[in-house]
Write a protein that binds this ligand. Structure first.
Ligand SMILES: Cc1cc2nc3c(=O)[nH]c(=O)nc-3n(C[C@H](O)[C@H](O)[C@H](O)COP(=O)(O)O)c2cc1C
Length: 188
């Protein structure tokens, strides 16, 4: 069964982006499992000198990304850019062997946050992520104080989130089939 690692760009307790990811875990199709990465606030500041022998928490991040079939990111906009804590996590992944080609979808909890979304796309493409646009959606949770349960109960938002997750699952399954066919061709 494919599994997504979810990453939240906000460290805030009542984060709308975290609530969106928690709701996504409940709205995922039966064949798709979502697991949340909790360590963003604990990561040391990125230092290229440590890239060859990364600290244990960074090794754990690399392992979690490696194990995931795809990454689901929900990240707010701060000062028209990517929050520093989240960019720090991405910087630790730049030189990792696990990241290139990894399917990534962006969930955006605020229609106003277009600059951060554009910056994320630029950074992720630079990192050779496989951006799954059909699974990347914007919903309006800004300043609404909605919990995950509120989001699940909101028919309109739940439908958008559910459809995006189904599209993400399909993309991952298609990618696995292509990989298997290529492996078969190479083997034969
Ligand atoms: C320091 C700071 C800077 C912000 N800058 C922007 C901004 O440039 N553009 C924007 O649309 N919202 C901005 N916001 C609003 C946040 O993106 C918004 O509150 C969002 O819901 C935060 O995400 P969260 O609920 O997941 O914590 C800013 C908020 C903070 C705290």
């Amino acid at each position: 069964m494919p599994h997504l690692l979810t990453l939240c760009g906000s460290l805030r307790q009542g984060s709308s982006n975290r609530a969106l990811l928690q709701a996504a875990a409940q709205l995922a199709p039966p064949g798709l499992h979502l697991k949340h990465y909790e360590g963003i606030s604990e990561l040391p500041l990125f230092n290229p000198d440590l890239s060859d022998t990364p600290p244990p928490l960074v090794q754990a991040l690399h392992a979690a990304v490696d194990a995931a079939d795809g990454l689901l990111i929900a990240c707010p906009e701060y000062a028209r850019g990517i929050p520093g804590a989240f960019k720090n996590a991405l910087d630790w992944l730049v030189a990792s062997q696990q990241f290139p080609g990894k399917p990534v979808a962006l969930f955006n909890a605020s229609p106003r946050a277009s600059d951060a979304q554009a910056a994320l796309r630029l950074v992720l493409r630079t990192m050779s992520a496989h951006l799954v646009e059909q699974a990347s959606v914007t919903v309006n949770l800004l300043a609404k104080g909605m919990t995950a349960a509120d989001i699940v109960a909101d028919g309109q938002v739940a439908e958008v989130v559910g459809a995006a997750l189904r599209a993400f699952e399909l993309e991952i399954l298609l990618g696995e089939k292509v990989d298997a066919s290529l492996a078969g061709l190479r083997g034969g």
